[in-house]
Design a protein around this ligand. Structure first.
Ligand code: PGA
Length: 265
């Protein structure tokens, strides 16, 4: 029996506008309330586009016990950073979550380990819980560089946490504030999920590596989520693995029917 409470998250990317989002949560509420096995032994988060983060949609999402989070945050509080989002302002809006370092940010928009780490630090110091995404490309896996890439990505995570913990904003900090999402790039949006064995192996590696850097207590309590073509058909098997503590779902989170099945998996 795992002691870590699962985190079931959806990443809508640049899909669903405000009207669709409102309808989505109404439908999700119906789907969840119709199910007698409904349980709340997990945390639920959706990362919608920024125009769906306002209080009205927070309210309808809240009726399904779903929290909302931003898909990205900047490392400064304010300033001349066109199109970026301030973690502090998001917190003021009533939000508790942000995502950083998603592979689409890394591959399409020049995100680096360094900038992902800076965003993580800012989110934590602004009082947000930050889901830190990492994972190798197919080329990195096939050329045997996978563990080196993971270590480089996690080094920026560890450095950000070390700075946060050394600051005076870290009073009640725990590993639940900074969960990790392992998302192999070759499995994102491709329909090609990592096998449960591949995913579990990566998660075990991540936990062991972080245990060496940050201590066993931190690593044992850390939620490590899997992402990459998660569907209602494979979610339960992934979630049964000893080191998989949740999922980050892209495509299958866009339909309330399929996301409800994953929430109930
Ligand atoms: P996918 O996306 O489930 O559509 O593969 C996952 C993600 O990008 O977080």
């Amino acid at each position: 029996m795992k002691s870590r409470k699962p985190i079931l998250a959806g990443n809508w990317k640049m899909n669903l506008g405000p009207a669709e989002a409102g309808l989505y949560f109404q439908q999700l509420e119906t789907l969840l309330s119709n199910d007698p096995t409904r349980s709340l032994d997990s945390e639920r988060v959706i990362f919608p586009p920024a125009y769906n983060l306002g209080s009205e949609i927070q309210w309808v999402a809240g009726k399904c016990q779903v929290q909302l989070g931003a898909q990205n945050i900047h490392w400064e509080s304010t300033g001349a950073f066109t199109a970026e989002l301030s973690a502090k302002a998001l917190k003021d809006l009533g939000l508790n979550w942000a995502l950083v370092g998603h592979s689409e940010r890394r591959q399409l928009f020049g995100e680096t380990n360094q900038t992902a780490g800076k965003r993580l630090l800012k989110g934590l110091s602004s009082g947000l819980r930050v889901l830190f995404c990492m994972g190798e490309t197919l080329g990195e896996r096939e050329s045997g560089r996978m563990e080196t890439v993971w270590a480089e990505q996690l080094t920026s995570y560890v450095e950000a946490l070390a700075k946060h913990v050394a600051s005076d904003q870290a009073n009640d900090f725990s590993s639940r504030h900074a969960p990790v999402a392992y998302e192999p790039v070759w499995a994102i949006g491709t329909g090609k999920t990592a096998t449960t064995e591949q995913a579990e192996e990566a998660h075990r590696w991540i936990r062991n590596w972080l245990s060496e850097k940050l201590g066993a207590t931190f690593a044992e309590a850390l939620p490590v989520l899997y992402g990459g073509s998660v569907t209602p058909d494979n979610a339960a098997a992934l979630l049964k693995q000893p080191n998989i503590d949740g999922v980050l779902v892209g495509g299958a989170s866009l339909k309330p029917e399929s996301f409800a099945k994953i929430l109930l998996a």
